[in-house]
Ligand binder design. Sequence first.
Ligand code: HEM
Length: 352
Amino acid sequence: MEGHRMKTAVAALLLGVGLAGGLALPAAAQSSVRIGGPAAEQQVDRDGPMVPTQIPGQDRGDSWHAIRLGEQGSVSIPNKQAGVLIQSEGEAWRAVRNGPLSQYGSWVLGGILALLALFFLVRGRIRIDGEKTGRTIQRFNAFERGVHWMTAGSFVVLAISGLNLLYGRHTLLPLIGPEPFAALSHYGKLAHNFLGFAFILGVALIFVMWAHHNIPSRHDLTWFLKAGGLFSKGVHPPAHKFNGGQKVIFWSTVVGGAALGFTGVQLIFPFSFATLEEMQLYQLAHAAIAVIMIAIILAHIYIGSIGMEGAFDAMGDGQVELQWAREHHSLWVEDVTGEKVRHAHRHGTPAE
Ligand code: HEM
């Protein structure tokens, strides 16, 4: 490992030497890099005859020291970034990205999948406890559902294409081979760039539509103390439109989505808003937040689909079984219909 790093460092140095040497020859160079300002103009030969790798007027040691420290020279081509020959922070960025970030990320994602599988095995599908009424109540209108599915659809594609950027080379490439992998990654990256904007719009609309239903309340505390009744049949802590767990999902979507959007935009438009070093930090933050958010959303997808009977309808046709609503959102049913719902947690019996 140490030997490999050494080799990489020597190779980078040699590349820098070669580049600097080539670029410093004005006749041959389209772009010349000059480190050290006006002093460099003077043709002072301080340590022996000039060699192609040396910047005129500078001590060889000084030049390489400056290059190694990432000092930006001046170039005559439009891309001023080319004046930095070696950016040492890039090594640290790569080490974190390919090391702890990928490692912990895979543990988080593997962990949540294992937990959900275990929960499904132990608890099974959460059923509607009481007798179904055959009557429904509208939970979300078409606009709300449209916004939800635009956000969800874009997020799923962003998550898959993003995970491919982080892990694809080690997982998918050996499975499907280089050409399919290259094509998939190419279209994945395109999708990632464009769908980011749909996701940002979706998160903004979700915030506007539902923020007022997601202000924390004392009922959330009860909900958390009873773990939402998720682990015990017949326990249904009262909740308005959204319960404590859903508020966590909501604020994770809003805060995590905003952070992903912000860091993502910095990366889609390189150097427009951030320096190279800042972009490296934004990239690490983007990937770490994405992994956490994917884990949270996996739990959300589970409970919104196979995990709970009757939940999907809320985002399907928008109509939920009245008994489902009484059990999971009793205070909301009272708000909307005016009926008085018996609360299981107060009476120790299932909601009717
Ligand atoms: C792709 C599969 C998904 C499914 C099956 C799904 C399902 C659902 C369902 C059924 C609801 C309504 C719950 C209720 O009536 O109480 C809901 C709400 C919600 N969804 Fe999704 N969803 C998915 C993806 C996503 C994604 C990717 C996001 C955000 C990135 C998201 C964000 C939300 C939010 C913020 C709510 C409101 C709070 C909540 O109910 O937790 N959903 N979803």
